[in-house]
Every structure is written in structure tokens, then in C-alpha cells.
Design a binder for this molecule. Structure first.
Ligand code: PSU
Ligand code: MN
Length: 303
């Protein structure tokens, strides 16, 4: 039944059959996370980073109602050009988009879902959604956290950014049984910068160690995922004071405009980019490459 909705790109299907490493990539980052044309350039380059490591990339999206595990260059270009016109697709959107034959840019949540359907175990992105600041009142908690609790896909990200309430995000992950691993660090990285002042659950220093933990989680019959947080390379790390000030200002504007729900993250990303004169976008692009490279190494260690 599933097969009637899922298209696995031949190159990806072949790699999975042959037991070769595959890394999933999301498409909300393309349509909603970055402006055109940097979004398309980044999406294509990040696939190349994965190939250079000897793994096969599978960018995931919903196109014309088909769940796609692996996109062509033309499809990536299409998602990037259409940008915000493409529906940001979380779990609640998936069945409706498919039944209507529409397009969707997959978030961490739906990328994990489709990766799992296709048999892909490792996924690289920039940042995950989390518990938003003020969630005590708004109840704005990303479905990404719930998906990490239930779907056995390992997600490599650069930590969570301060547009979220980081301590509450960690609490939520703990409650739902998701291990948070720091790659080469004990401190939770904060996306644009390496420092958050918070601790991860476990520090691991090699892709092999991470792959072993994921393999064991599966052997134990545990259904959930794992979150690997990979600090942005030193050279591109932003001053926490500068970036946090920009984030505070962006949140103030967002509240004044009454923006809420799924528009929050894309609004804040675009605003922070404007306030920092584009510096945050450069950092964002670099950390995605860094995560793709680590994810490919973990995928290789897993097969
Ligand atoms: N963080 C980023 N860039 C992004 C996102 C998060 O730095 O593009 C996207 C991811 O697709 C993530 C989604 O899954 O935003 C979370 O949205 P929400 O908070 O509405 O669940
Ligand atoms: Mn939300």
C-alpha cells in the first residue's frame, strides 16, 4: 500500500538494495529556510558533500502528491524557485497533500517519516524545531520532537537555535526518550554559535561510536530516533552576543506582527538574516555542509 505513494529515486533504491550508505535531506530548508538562489545552490552542494564522502544523498519532498525519496536537480530547482508557495509539510499535512496530489516541503518530521518508509536511517539537516520561547502560553512545540521520539532515524543537526527555549527543548526530549549526543563536545551547540551553556546527554567523538549506539537502540527494540548535535566549525561560528541580540529583536517583531504557528520559524530565519546583514545565512549554509559530512560518515559506519 505504501508503495502506491512512495517513489524512491533509482540511484537511492539501488544503494539501499546494495547495502550502501544513504543520507536523507529535508526540503523545508530549501523552500522556507533560505532565499533563492542560495537555497538551490546549497541543496545541490550539500548532495555533493555527501557523494564526496562516498554516500548517496536522498533529498525528500512531496511532489504532485508523491512521497519522494531522492529528487532530481530539476525538482530541487522547482522547490527552491517556488519557495514559500510550497506548503510546509508537517505530519498533520501529509495525508491531505498526498490525497490532493499537491506539493509539500518536508520538515524534519515528514523527512524522518519518508526516510523511514524508504529504509534510510540517517538524515542531515541544519536545525530542528523545538519548544518555542513562550510555549507555556502558546503550546508551540514542534512536531519534530514527537517524531524523534517515535521514528527510528538518526538526525544530525547543529543543535537548536535560540529562537527556541533550549532548556525546555532538552526537557521535552528527555521526557520522550530521545538521546541528545554532542559530536566532540559536552556542550549543546546553539546552531549559529558553538555555545549554549547547556549540556548534551552524551559526548561522542567518532562516527563509529554514534553508529554503534544507533544500532544498539534498534537491537533493543526501541522505536525512536537519536539526535546528534554537531557544532558549527569554529571559522563560521558567530558571536553568541551578536546573534542572540538579533534573535531577540526578531522575536519582538514577530510578536508585534502577531505571527504564530508554522510561519514562526521561516519568519525568524529571514529576519535574523536581515539583521545580521546576511552573516547568519553564511553560517547556516556552512553548518549544513558540516552536518552532511558527519551524517555520511555515520551512514558509512552503520552499513
Ligand atoms: N530550523 C532551521 N531551518 C529550518 C527549520 C528549522 O534552522 O528550515 C525547519 C525544519 O524543516 C524544521 C522546521 O523541521 O523548520 C520546524 O518547524 P516548526 O517549528 O514549525 O515545527
Ligand atoms: Mn510550531
Amino acid at each position: 500500500m505504501l508503495e502506491t505513494h512512495l517513489d524512491i529515486k533509482p540511484e537511492v533504491a539501488e544503494a539501499l538494495r546494495a547495502g550502501k550508505p544513504v543520507v536523507a535531506l529535508e526540503s523545508t530548508i530549501i523552500s522556507h529556510g533560505m532565499p533563492y538562489p542560495q537555497n538551490v545552490e546549497t541543496a545541490l552542494r550539500v548532495e555533493q558533500v555527501i557523494r564526496d564522502e562516498g554516500a548517496v544523498p536522498a533529498t525528500i519532498a512531496v511532489i504532485g502528491g508523491r512521497l519522494k525519496a531522492g529528487l532530481t536537480e530539476e525538482e530541487i530547482e522547482y522547490l527552491g524557485k517556488k519557495g514559500l508557495e510550497i506548503t510546509k509539510a508537517s505530519r498533520r499535512d501529509l495525508a491531505v497533500l498526498v490525497s490532493r496530489g499537491q506539493d509539500g516541503a518536508t520538515t524534519v518530521t515528514t523527512t524522518m517519516m519518508i526516510a523511514h518508509m524508504a529504509g534510510i536511517k540517517v538524515f542531515a539537516t541544519g536545525g530542528i524545531g523545538g519548544v518555542h520561547r513562550g510555549a507555556e502560553k502558546t503550546m508551540d512545540i514542534s512536531a519534530d520532537l514527537e517524531e524523534l521520539a517515535h521514528t527510528p532515524v538518526l538526525v544530525v543537526c547543529a543543535g537548536a537555535k535560540a529562537i527556541l527555549d533550549l532548556p525546555l527543548t532538552l526537557e521535552y526530549l528527555e521526557t520522550h526518550g530521545v538521546p541528545v549526543i554532542g559530536y566532540g563536545t559536552e556542550e549543546l551547540p546553539a546552531f549559529y554559535s558553538r555555545q549554549s551553556g547547556l549540556k548534551v546527554d552524551y559526548r561522542m567523538d567518532t562516527p563509529e561510536e554514534i553508529a554503534a549506539a544507533m544500532r544498539t537502540q534498534t537491537e533493543l527494540g526501541m522505536a525512536g530516533g537519536m539526535l546528534v548535535t554537531n557544532p558549527i566549525p569554529e571559522a563560521y561560528s558567530m558571536d553568541p552576543a551578536v546573534i542572540n541580540k538579533a534573535i531577540d529583536q526578531a522575536i519582538e517583531e514577530m510578536e508585534a506582527l502577531g505571527i504564530h504557528g508554522k510561519e514562526c520559524t521561516p519568519f525568524l530565519l529571514a529576519k535574523v538574516k536581515d539583521i545580521t546583514g546576511g552573516d547568519s545565512l553564511d553560517s547556516n549554509i556552512r553548518l549544513v555542509f558540516n552536518n552532511a559530512s558527519l551524517a555520511a560518515k555515520i551512514a558509512k559506519a552503520l552499513v
